[in-house]
Design a protein around this ligand. Sequence first.
Ligand code: MN
Length: 723
Amino acid sequence: MAKNIKKRKANSLSVDVLIKQLRSYSKEVDVSLLTRAFQFADQAHLGQRRISGEPYLQHPLEVAKILTELKLDPHSVAAGLLHDVVEDTDYTPKDIAIEFGETIAALVEGVTKIGKIVFKSAQEKQAENFRKMIISMSTDIRVLLIKLADRLHNMRTLEALRQEKRERIAMETLEIYAPLANRLGIGWIKNELEDLCLRSMKPDTYQNLVKNVKAGSGERKRYIKTVVKLVQKTLKENNFQCEIHGRSKHLFGIYRKMERQGIPFEEVYDLTAVRILTDTNMSCYALLGLIHSLWRPVPGRFKDYIAIPKSNMYQSLHTTVFGPEAKHIEFQIRTHEMHKIAEEGIASHWVYKEGGQIHAKDERVFAWLRQLLEWQRDLPDTRQFMTSVKNDLFANVVFVFTPKGDLKELIKGSTPIDFAYAVHTEVGDHCVGAKVNGMIAPLRQPLKSGDTVEVTTSSNHKPSKDWLKFVKTSKAKQKIKYYIGLEERTQSLEFGRKLLERECRKEKLSPSEIMKSKELLTSVKDQGISTIGDLLVAIGYGKVSAHQVIRSLLPKQQMKEGITEKIIRKTGIWTSGVKVKGLDDIMIHLSKCCNPVPGEEIIGFITRGRGLSVHTIDCPNIDELDYDKERLIPVEWDKKQKETHSIHISVLTLDRPGLLAAVTSAISNVGANISHADIKTTEDQKGNFLLVVDIKNIKHLEKILKKVESLDGVLQARRIRKG
Ligand code: MN
């Protein structure tokens, strides 16, 4: 490889060379397409020069040539010629599409997009994310191959650049592009990229290696020759048809070995290996046996990549033996097919059809890509993938950058809010605004791969419920919901505390003492409330009445209670005949304003300190009490109760003697007692009897009134309420 690097000098390439190369492996070569692409690039880059001074066009030509070495289809080669047109000239992908069609335009655009990504961190995780992102942005794997060819030529001509830029590009190549080439199985690109990186990053080490390798090369060549001769002789004796040759390890491989094992150059024994190519798997194993019969294998150095291929589908048998002169020598045994895969990688599995569409030859490519991505994710339907090698494995992700260049992977449709939460929960919670690629952007704007996102935060800003309408990541959703829940709880808790304190003050109790008392929670235990916090939240939400909670404490804590109420409670004198659902031990009295009687529709009102007062449903006082709705509770008459109720009746009569006696006897006749009577004469000479009558219920009353009204001389009989 070292030799390769030096040899490449700009021997002015032309499109004819490309066409010739293409013809060597492709039947249908669209000469016109390639010529037009060449002319278009020539004209677009007219006057531009590379930093080295050579005409710019030389670069796309070299890139296109590398693509023919990868045996790519004519569309990819044309795209290679055009790959820098969008980036470096005024042409747009649309111009390319009009001129050369959508396929080529998409390839060029893909390469342009990847070119805009700047790798900033050498952290392994970051590098891995970058590799994933580049694969994800290469919706067509050919984009990735063109990018690799582009990078390879740039690395070959890196010396023209400033040291600083050289190092950055070399580092990026080593971290991102060489591993990508490796995963795509294109061994020679990977090796050359690595060697070029070493040359650029550690020029001295590189030069020393070149010198050392060269110094021993004569001796090594002689040695390998001896080995190859011996093997060939044995193969001939055993009737094997094989290709056999020596192969030197690439410089970076030697360097890595020295670094990893901490050994000097002299101790690297596998500078050269012998490679044997044969026809079938069976032959590979037979050849292995043959080699092992010639020389004793070094223990622990045998690897069967035929039975267990590498993740990039590399297959081969590797063994190291104690060769002639007891020197270690490595053998690589594989079929021609395996060799093709080792050299050409993923491209060796493709068949190019008309229209530039690439089809996967078999399912192995699919498996390969799966391994290539090394991702545990659900893959789309296999058949769908087979129709095109379009890489839609990443259809559901976007990769975006932090301002510092860290990469975040988010699901498609993610917004700056999702990004903010991906950075940190605190950042998400306090996010107020966002800039995407330096421009102010709405918080709901979906992000695209490659976007650089910056969010502004404010310590007193809080997550909004609205965010839930557009965030995509589950992390953001969870955190926002959590925050809102917390917020609502805090608000309810504060409100609940206020209600409880107000209730305490009305009862002239100390809120702080009440909060501390163990009994506070006893009345709400049934409702699953076990902490003061939960109780306050429940009160705040309106699930629990502060008044009832405080009420429940009063007798036990011997809080002040009206004397009359104490008497009533003890003697049970004031039995109202009203039941309240769920409450037994509660003081109930019928309000005097409307003085309800059994049979009337009633409602209870929890008074402050005087128990429950019962009103008729249409009592005007209830309307006034309406502001305190939580104090109103449904009640009903206890039908078992037989007590009578005193009510007031007004009877209007003609001024005629004996009528009072008639009225009172009529009332007595229907079984009611008159406990009080008052008689007045109105100005228009009519009699008005005001009576207090003990009745059983509303029907009883109606009967009385009907009876009284039927008496001769009675104009009207009706109940009056004091209220
Ligand atoms: Mn380029």
